[in-house]
Design a protein around this ligand. Structure first.
Ligand code: FAD
Ligand code: NAP
Length: 522
């Protein structure tokens, strides 16, 4: 049984309450935290009113359950009675009621596709939607065709969305005595390592290629075992990706392997489920009194680079329920050339995480021991490096751990973008002790004259001589100024949701266009 602390912190008026998890906007009543929900689901209470029976639900039946006290919602074909969950929903009852008595899949995907509702709502499952008697769509035929063994021929692809057709990648494979080479023709110029995600575990090979908003997947149960280390070669200009696997035994492979469920599919990234691999915790170092830098080691047979401005999801089983939270990988340190770049490699992921004294996920994370494993998803996020590449002034507005996306962004901006004239970080924290990497930031400002950092404290203690306050129009008009009248500017903003939302509004009021402002959200 897990020792989960009671929900006394933070104070009901705290911003963290209103903003926790990035999306939550509605303060929950005491005793209505995620942990309380998990406890209730384990209590044996009949959550559906059906005494554990699962039923087939017609559309008419679903539509009848559209009130707070009797609310059913369908997500991906499964119907849940969410009435018992209402008071525990971080987004509030009204958000849930938007989908009452209907198919809420799209709404759910828009807001938090990553939340593991199957695990969170498993005790609320009423049953499946009844299948309407219609002819099977053609796509199903092509999928069952794919179930045939892969013999080197290119099987049919499942292509979703007419506009994606021209971009559909294809693959081929060949072998030598020792090697298996799979070639994916992405038809995408500017293909790079960040767009190729590979995992191979127990003969299961999964290769995902990102093509704009689409994802191409190669997913096979390999014919024979391969060694852990594999190589990836990318011909950027022609968009060819080569995956080179080393055979464990020198046998001739008749086929590449058996196709798995989503093999050779090309679909919107947002329609693809999150994929997780287990990473080993190799170190945990203190950054401030409540924030730690976790270093995770990716498996040897994983090829994954988290792009600048993107986040991953971590998954842990807490009291028998899968809980997922997003985190933004940072670098082991800022780009200061006197630092050793030895562990600055693609095998490690660095996460700067604030441990909340009553936080469900971060408390469990803090209990992990060196050598323990944790599930890490593939990256997600809407930020594009090209937004910075054309800018002359870059302003970064960060609050608390909202600093995390700014780390890689700073590194990229200062080391790779030559047209930038000014890079300014305006960093909001409660007290001096809360400032993350203050020393490194000050060193960076001394080292690179384009970079300036301004710390603003909302609750300063001791003799703080710096700026004091909260994000406001007057602070922004003082600190966010184009270096020239017509400078191309990018302003990135990240922190508690209300901080980000207010900041975006103030910047709009100050005359900055939507294209000039990038808010980081889930
Ligand atoms: P929670 O259990 O969610 O709670 C945090 C605190 O708030 C607790 O004290 C809890 O009691 C209280 N609380 C939470 N919700 C409510 C509520 N509705 N009503 C009342 N009280 C509440 N964090 C980082 O530290 N580093 C990162 O790099 C990072 N990256 C992120 C990237 C994205 C895209 C997003 C959206 C968030 C990111 N976060 C990051 C935040 C992170 O995902 C978690 O929200 C955070 O770690 C808190 O998780 P927790 O489960 O420990 O806390
Ligand atoms: P925090 O310490 O609670 O707050 C940092 C600073 O922001 C403090 O000065 C605080 O002032 C101020 N602040 C908080 N809420 C505000 C509001 N509504 N309006 C104006 N100022 C506000 O921050 P934290 O605990 O580190 O939390 C960081 C947040 O960033 C989390 O919510 C996390 O989810 C989010 N985050 C998001 C991403 C992403 O990519 N989307 C990445 C990383 C982190 P006071 O407390 O004094 O009011």
């Amino acid at each position: 049984m897990l020792n989960v602390p009671p929900q006394a912190f933070p104070a009901p008026s705290s911003q963290q309450r209103a903003a926790a998890g990035g999306r939550a906007k509605v303060p929950l009543k005491p005793g209505r935290s995620l942990m309380d929900w998990i406890r209730l689901t384990k209590s044996g209470k009949d959550m559906t009113g059906l005494k554990g029976r699962l039923i087939e639900v017609t559309e008419d039946e679903l539509a009848k359950h559209n009130k707070k006290e009797d609310c059913w919602i369908c997500i991906r074909g499964f119907v849940y009675n969410v009435t018992p969950y209402m008071e525990y929903h971080p987004g509030g009852e009204d958000e849930l009621m938007k989908a009452a008595g209907t198919d809420g899949t799209d709404l759910f995907d828009q807001v938090h596709r990553w939340v593991n509702y199957e695990s969170m709502l498993k005790e609320c499952l009423v049953g499946r939607m009844a299948v309407k008697p219609i002819a099977a769509p053609k796509e199903i035929t092509s999928v069952s065709e794919e179930k045939k063994q892969l013999n080197g021929m290119l099987p049919e692809k499942k292509v979703l969305g007419a506009s994606s057709k021209d971009l559909t990648p294809s693959y081929d494979w060949f072998q030598t005595d020792n090697l298996i080479t799979i070639v994916i023709y992405t038809k995408q110029k500017g293909m790079n390592a960040e767009l190729v995600i590979l995992d191979c575990e127990n003969k299961r090979l999964r290769g995902e290629i990102i093509v704009d908003d689409y994802s191409y997947l190669l997913e096979v149960d390999l014919d024979h075992a391969v060694q852990e280390d594999m190589a990836v070669n990318i011909a950027e200009k022609v968009g060819k990706v080569e995956i080179i696997l080393k055979k464990k035994d020198n046998v001739h492979w008749k086929i590449l392997g058996q196709p798995l469920e989503n093999h050779n599919t090309f679909m919107k990234r947002t329609d693809r489920g999150l994929f997780y691999r287990k990473c080993k915790l190799v170190s945990k170092t203190e950054v401030t009194h409540d924030t730690k830098l976790f270093c995770l080691l990716l498996p040897e047979s994983t090829h994954l680079h988290v792009p600048t401005g993107q986040h991953v999801y971590l998954k842990q089983i807490i009291a028998g329920t899968e809980v997922v939270k997003p985190y933004t990988p940072v670098l082991p340190f800022l780009p200061l050339d006197f630092q050793e770049p030895s562990c600055h490699d693609s095998a490690h992921l660095y996460l700067m995480i604030k441990i909340y004294s009553c936080g469900l996920f971060t408390q469990a994370l803090d209990r992990l021991q060196i050598g323990d494993y944790i599930s890490v998803s593939s990256p997600e996020g809407s930020f594009k490096k090209s937004q910075v590449q054309t800018s002359e002034d870059l302003f970064l507005l960060a609050a608390g751990t909202g600093f995390t996306p700014m780390v890689k962004l700073l590194n990229f901006a200062l080391t790779e973008v030559s047209c930038l004239r000014t890079v300014k970080l305006i960093f909001f924290n409660r007290t001096e002790d809360d400032i993350l990497w203050r020393n490194q930031l000050e060193q960076l400002a001394l080292k690179d004259e384009r970079f300036e950092v301004q710390f603003i404290l909302s609750q300063p203690v001791r003799d703080w001589v710096g700026k004091q306050g909260m994000i406001s129009p007057s602070l922004l008009s003082e600190f966010v100024k184009r270096s020239r009248k017509d400078s191309k500017v990018l302003i990135c903003i990240c922190g508690p949701t209300p901080f980000t939302e207010q900041g975006v509004q103030y910047l709009k009021d100050l005359g900055y266009s939507q294209e000039e402002v990038h808010p980081f959200t889930a």
